[in-house]
Design a protein. Structure first.
Length: 665
């Protein structure tokens, strides 16, 4: 069941956090400036400590709003409160009309209204919270009636102790930032707080190269062997080798001191250089590794091994000098709107790097037995026996061979968790992944059960081991394929005895549990806060993947990304949330084309059933017939058993998309 959090408590917490804010000038993170070029369709320009928003006035033309950067900071404190207010309103509109909401403050509910609230899929406490929301505005510091689009302004400004007239735009900024948690994090915690897998890979590569080049410099002062290749090239500030920016002029250091290592320096020509770290891991692998290995052939070698790790060693005796493993998060959930590439990101980081993994998908019927394992009936072939007197004797065929028969026996069958668990213990030299797709479609408390305790990690391993039941203990001790019965002596030396015998369950430090979560499905089984705290959360924004996909319908082509921009504005206008919006990979293109069948049966069907049906359908403009008045019924997309491409195209026309060209027959 869904939960409505206590608004009064949220108000107080937000106010308390904000009260610690000192109000100092600050510079917006560059990632924010890069991502936010418009706010509510109004162009924004940034100064060092302020911003200017140009609004498009109907009567007075372009008007400018000048706002200090502190307003962005203030707004960031209240996005969670704003989202919860909007969630309350959505539930209120399932019970009350807008006209009724205008007058409910201070009144009592009717019996019919009480029954409607009782039937909502909410916890009892949440139902009581909803009643208080609509009848007692003082509880959440409201002023404007809930039916209004700006009802959230007063409680936010009150909590921030701002004057309504002069600083009400802070509430608008709060609404704008409400579905952008990564940007909120960047504002409050600083740009360096955001760490993607790409950033982790960059850090890993930089750490590796620093160690390797430090060792090299001690053996070869000034990197003379590299210089002897005669492929250095100098620019005003950098020294490149095979186009790889290896050095930075010591006299012209970058603003970010983390982009260089001052401890690794050498002379070339008449200049002093320090090790430069502003490049991608791919550049290092493709451009630098080959020339380095050529220069130091027979002495040193650096490469990326089969496990995806960078290794550096002395070539003549294979003595490993440096090994750096990318520090993947142990427990991580990739979350975002459908189609944002969550599974594809895991595929690139895990499968494409050849890392071992076990996959499973949660669904509403998932439970402990389908995740961990259980006894299941299995058909096995056994010798046929017959009783002769008091003895059981084997039955033979005419040719003297033993006759067999099939019998049903019960065997313990391991599922994804145990397969990943034992796989990780047996292969501790590399990362091992348990990948859970659609984690919030299952009841995590029911599925994980006592395994929940294992998610607390210390130095990578479970801090609090658990004792498994007898079935699991016996399986781990005796099964040769997925248990520990057939481990090699080398493996046995690295696995504690209590793990081998199944006496204890404890996650090894190389077992990573990664999951995906569609935020559009978050109401299926809400994940409680205790469970959430044990995971890192990686937000997947809606972005243009740059694949130039086209929609092909009724003989015309339309740009897929332009369609997503237009339809997502419609979705956000109704839901005030990114959760139901569409990501770039929501539909799959064949030869870069999305045909009418896919457009209607996948895209329109989702919008129809999962988005617009829960809101005021009349207020959207996409699903309207050519006259602009009559709504399109879903059956209108079909004629004579086939997709009506004229009607399918009408939606694109309604969204204001341009058709670039007629497609060739």
């Amino acid at each position: 069941m869904d939960e409505l959090r206590n608004l009064n408590e949220m108000y107080s917490r937000a106010a308390e956090s904000f009260n610690r804010y000192e109000g100092k000038d600050f510079i917006l993170p560059q990632v924010f400036k890069d991502e936010v070029k418009e706010i509510n369709s109004n162009f924004v320009t940034y100064n060092e400590y302020s911003a200017v928003i140009q609004t498009k006035g109907i009567q007075n033309g372009v008007l400018s709003i000048y706002l200090p950067n502190q307003w962005f900071y203030i707004a960031s404190f209240f996005t969670d409160f704003y989202n919860e207010l909007q969630k309350y309103k959505r539930y209120a509109l399932k019970v009350f009309s807008k006209e009724r909401l205008k007058v409910l403050n201070g009144l009592s509910l009717t019996l019919d209204e009480e029954k409607l609230i009782h039937n909502l899929s909410l916890e009892d406490e949440s139902k009581n919270n909803l009643k208080r929301f609509v009848t007692d505005y003082s509880w959440w510091y409201g002023a404007k009636t809930i039916d209004r689009g700006d009802f959230y302004v007063s409680p936010i400004l009150n909590s921030a102790r701002l004057v309504n007239a002069s600083q009400s735009f802070v509430a608008d900024l709060c609404a704008f930032l409400s579905d952008k948690p990564q940007l909120v994090s960047a504002i409050i915690n600083g740009e360096d707080h955001i760490e993607s897998i790409e950033l982790l890979r960059q850090k890993a590569a930089a750490t590796f190269l620093k160690k390797a080049m430090d060792i090299t410099l001690k053996k070869d002062a000034n990197f003379n062997r590299l210089e002897s290749l005669n492929i250095y090239s100098q620019t005003a500030v950098s020294l490149k080798i095979n186009s790889f920016p290896l050095g930075r002029d010591f006299e012209q250091l970058p603003n970010r001191i983390d982009d260089v290592d001052l401890n690794i320096n050498w002379f070339f020509g008449n200049k002093k250089y320090v090790l430069y770290l502003e490049w991608t891991p791919e550049m290092m692998e493709k451009s630098f590794f080959p020339v380095y290995n050529k220069a130091y052939q027979g002495i040193f070698r650096m490469e990326k091994d089969s496990t995806g790790e960078y290794v550096f060693y002395e070539e003549h005796n294979k003595q490993l000098l440096s090994r750096f493993v990318i520090e993947y998060p142990l427990q991580q959930v990739f979350y975002g709107a459908p189609g944002t590439g969550k599974s594809n990101t895991i595929k690139k980081d895990v499968d494409d790097n050849g890392l071992p993994n076990v996959r499973t998908t949660f669904h509403p019927d998932s439970d402990y037995s389908t995740f961990v394992g259980a006894y299941k009936p299995t058909s096995v072939e056994v010798p046929m026996m017959t009783m002769v007197g008091t003895k059981a004797l084997p039955v033979e065929n005419a040719d003297g061979t033993p006759r067999t028969e099939k019998k049903i026996v019960y065997e313990f069958v391991p599922q994804a968790f145990l397969k990943a668990y034992t796989g990780a213990w047996k292969n501790q030299d590399k990362p091992f992944f348990l990948i859970i797709e659609e984690i919030n479609r299952g009841n995590c408390a029911q599925i994980f059960g006592d395994l929940f305790q294992l998610l607390d990690r210390k130095n990578g391993e479970s801090e609090y081991p658990i004792s498994p039941d007898e079935d699991i203990r016996k399986f781990l001790k005796t099964d040769k394929k997925y248990g520990f019965a057939a481990v090699t002596d080398e493996q046995k030396a690295t696995i504690p005895e209590e793990i081998l015998t199944g006496e204890l369950l404890k996650l090894p430090k190389n077992l990573h549990i990664w999951a995906t979560m569609n935020t559009s499905d978050q109401s299926l089984f809400p994940i409680d806060s205790a469970f959430k705290r044990r995971w890192d959360w990686q937000y997947m924004p809606i972005e243009d993947a740059g694949k130039n996909w086209k929609i092909e319908v009724n003989g015309h082509e339309y740009d897929w990304w332009n369609f997503l921009i237009a339809i997502n504005k419609e979705v956000f206008a109704l839901t005030h949330s990114e959760d139901k919006q569409l990501g770039y990979f929501f539909a799959k293109a064949e030869n870069n084309k999305i045909d009418a069948q896919t457009l209607v049966n996948k895209v329109y069907f989702y919008l129809w059933t999962d988005v617009f049906k829960d809101y005021e359908f009349e207020s959207q403009k996409a699903f309207k017939k050519a006259d602009g008045n009559e709504a399109i019924a879903f059956k209108d997309f079909f004629k004579n058993g086939k997709v009506d491409e004229v009607m399918a195209e009408q939606v694109l026309i309604n969204l204001g998309l341009n058709k670039p060209a007629e497609t060739e027959e």
